[in-house]
Design a protein around this ligand. Structure first.
Ligand SMILES: [Zn+2]
Length: 708
């Protein structure tokens, strides 16, 4: 038996707050202000990232020092432009219950906004100061006394309470409570901390199968699985995909890329990395849309990532559009698609992406939570409608047997119908929410059809009821005649039949459909995530998927893969159960931005795609461009694509030529002399020329106007 002391110690350890990626954070905390400001801090430690690697350990290790240097360079450039940094007034600081010196210096800090709409985020690095910082010298001065800190958790809207981990002890907490101290935002470390965890195998997935395929030029680009090629099912499955492909009207290079990716995705015997190269205007997004749609059809659990939220949303929007076009059952099937990420950063509620609300996880959870509400939720409204219809049927039965008078019936019925109308609206919204948001694994097409039928019947019943009561009111004003009696009887019989049908349908629905075991937001989120098929998030956010217990993902698609630093792509590549990675991008376009000047030569900004192509990995080239006039495409095609990209028929049409600018042109190029321009220093080692910028803006405006 454990002694009490030992037990306490163990519980204490279990409860201890963990800051993930702590190793990198400790490096940041170890830098003095002079270290931060020194451009050469890591100069002697940075080594060039090799083109191939001897082991996964060698691979991961190669990125670690460069990642530290990049974090350092980012902080240095922020320190040089402090004047406009978001600043919060400190209201109160106190040691938190997790405060355990010497390392775990956790504090709870309350802050309020000073100006602008900035809010602190989890992952922010802040400097505590006694002044609003205007430049590096201020920072240097205040850092003698005050620490920098890492925002570990935060809540609030205008006033914030944050849990922070401080780089050094705060000597006098009382001093900071006088309203004259500030927290200044320096940078956000979230992505780099996630990369750090990934490189140190601290992410829960720890699946190195796919990564092993990219170490050297022995990668597998699929299509050579002997088990799959001998299986009879494979032909049938690819025939099924071919039908779908035709509906997308792809050109042959797009089709070949999609087919090859689907063939690979169906294999569960080996691990594969594939590259699809899409030069500008070659229909990369359309191809991606078709590929993801096909993967959805074959129920291949796939995560689609991109470096930025914008690219993630564009890919998701493309799939949502094609799914609603093809499925044809309203929004049924959307539950198989999930977009997740930070609501504010994704700006999904904005008008641009309203169509994505149906697939956005946070929104989905909120909507589904309404279905378990005790008064307007699924179970309550369904049962109350069933009992109302049963009650009303009994009354009607009595009427038709002449056992109940007209007047009594009308009074009873009016009450019943009032209740019916309320419950119908609630049930209707539950039904729409359920078939929109539940993954199809939890709601069959058969149930969906019964649901739509129930919706139609309930609406028609209510209309019939309305016209019956209108007719009855009209009838009361004229003398009772035999003919009216007959009409009333006719209505009653029709009403009885429709009620019966509606009741039967609702009863059938209650038998055929069981609401999943939703108890609260967490279970709803978990059940949705476990049963969907296509997932979308940024590469960095995919770190969160590691922590969720769910069925493994089979396939990873990275869009804009050439703009992603290789070390960052290790985050989704390590997801548990992953077999295949499809990288879509164009290594001829600009790579990821790197802040550090030292890292320029070290290949830190290089993407996995670029390295693989360099090692000789064959890519699927989308080879027809539909955007540029041939006289414009000629240069990039000759210079970067070895003349392999053909001009689409649309750009070769005579009417495709445009002329938006006046003045002399040198064939397809124009040189414009901006005489009054003047270069001015814009901070951060860059210059600006406002007159030139205005001229460019004017040209772009004219081009936009001309293209509409
Ligand atoms: Zn196989």
């Amino acid at each position: 038996m454990c002694s009490r002391k030992a037990m306490d110690k163990r519980t204490d350890r279990l409860k201890r707050v963990r800051v993930e990626g702590r190793g990198l954070l400790d490096s940041v905390f170890s830098w003095s202000i002079e270290d931060v400001l020194s451009k050469d801090l890591y100069k002697d430690q940075v080594e060039k990232i090799p083109d191939s690697f001897t082991s996964t350990a060698h691979y991961m290790k190669a990125f670690i020092v460069p990642l530290q240097e990049e974090t350092h360079a980012d902080l240095l450039s922020r320190a040089e432009s402090l004047a406009g940094a978001p600043t919060y007034r400190i209201l109160r600081v106190r040691k938190s219950k997790d405060h355990k010196p010497p390392k775990d210096l956790f504090y709870e800090i309350s802050m309020e906004q000073t100006s602008g709409g900035n809010v602190p985020w989890v992952g922010d690095l802040i400097a505590l100061t006694n002044m609003k910082l205007k430049g590096v010298d201020d920072l240097r001065e205040t850092q003698q006394t005050y620490p920098v800190a890492f925002v570990h958790a935060v809540k609030g809207v205008y006033c914030f309470t944050a849990s922070i981990l401080s780089s050094k002890p705060i000597e006098d907490e009382e001093e900071l409570n006088n309203g004259k101290h500030f927290a200044v935002h320096l940078t956000n470390l979230t992505t780099n901390l996630r990369i750090w965890r990934s490189l140190h195998l601290e992410l829960e997935g720890r699946n190195l199968n796919v990564i092993k395929k990219v170490l050297q030029n022995n990668f597998n680009d699929g299509g050579n699985c002997t088990i799959c090629s001998s299986s009879k099912n494979s032909d049938a499955a690819s025939a099924c995909s071919r039908d779908l492909l035709q509906s997308f009207n792809l050109n042959s290079s797009q089709e070949a890329a999609v087919l090859s990716c689907i063939d690979t995705a169906r294999c569960c015997h080996q691990y594969t990395v594939k590259v699809v190269q899409g030069p500008p205007g070659t229909g990369k997004t359309k191809t991606l849309g078709c590929l993801l749609h096909s993967l959805l059809r074959i129920k291949c659990r796939t995560l689609t990532c991109a470096p930025t939220n914008i690219a993630v949303l564009e890919a998701a929007a493309r799939v949502v559009r094609t799914v609603s076009d093809v499925v044809g059952y309203e929004t049924y099937g959307m539950g198989d698609i999930i977009v997740f990420g930070n609501r504010e950063r994704m700006k999904i509620d904005g008008s641009d992406h309203n169509d994505l609300l149906h697939v956005y996880l946070d929104n989905r959870v909120e909507e589904l939570e309404k279905c378990i509400d005790p008064s307007i939720g699924w179970k309550h409204t369904l049962h109350s409608l069933i009992s109302l219809l049963e009650e009303s049927e009994a009354q009607n039965h009595l009427y038709l047997q002449d056992n109940i008078g007209d007047e009594n019936l009308s009074t009873c019925e009016r009450l019943v119908w009032k209740r019916f109308s309320f419950s119908r609206k609630d049930l209707e919204s539950c039904i729409v929410t359920l078939y929109t948001h539940l993954p199809t694994a939890l709601i069959s097409l058969e149930v969906m059809k019964i649901m739509t039928r129930a919706l139609d019947l309930m609406r028609s019943l209510e209309n019939l009821m309305l016209s019956l009561s209108a007719a009855e009111e009209g009838l009361e004003q004229i003398l009772e005649e035999k003919e009216d009696e007959e009409r009333k009887l006719h209505y009653r019989i029709k009403l009885r039949n429709e009620k019966r049908e509606c009741l039967d349908t609702l009863l059938l629905l209650s038998q055929k459909f069981q609401l999943p075991k939703f108890t609260d937001k967490n279970t709803i989120e978990k059940i949705c995530l476990s049963n969907a098929c296509l997932y979308f998030c940024t590469v960095s956010t995919s770190a969160k998927l590691h922590a969720i217990r769910m069925a493994p993902l089979h396939c990873l698609v990275i869009d804009e893969a050439a703009q992603l630093k290789e070390c960052e792509s290790t985050i989704p590549l390590q997801l548990s159960g992953l077999h295949h990675a499809i990288l879509i991008g164009d290594e001829q376009q600009l790579p990821a931005t790197v802040n550090s000047q030292i890292l320029g030569e070290a290949e830190f900004g290089r993407s996995l795609v670029e390295r693989l192509v360099k090692l000789g990995c064959k890519s699927h080239l989308l080879n027809i461009q539909y955007r540029m006039h041939p006289s414009i495409s000629l240069f990039p095609n000759t210079e970067f694509y070895g003349r392999q990209v053909l001009d689409g028929p649309n750009v070769k049409e005579t009417g495709y030529s445009r002329r938006f600018l006046q003045g002399d042109m040198f064939d397809s190029y124009s040189f414009i002399n901006i005489a009054d321009g003047k270069e001015e220093f814009a901070g951060q080692q860059s210059f600006k020329n406002s007159v030139e910028a205005a001229a460019v803006a004017d040209i772009v405006r004219r081009l936009i106007e001309g293209s509409i």
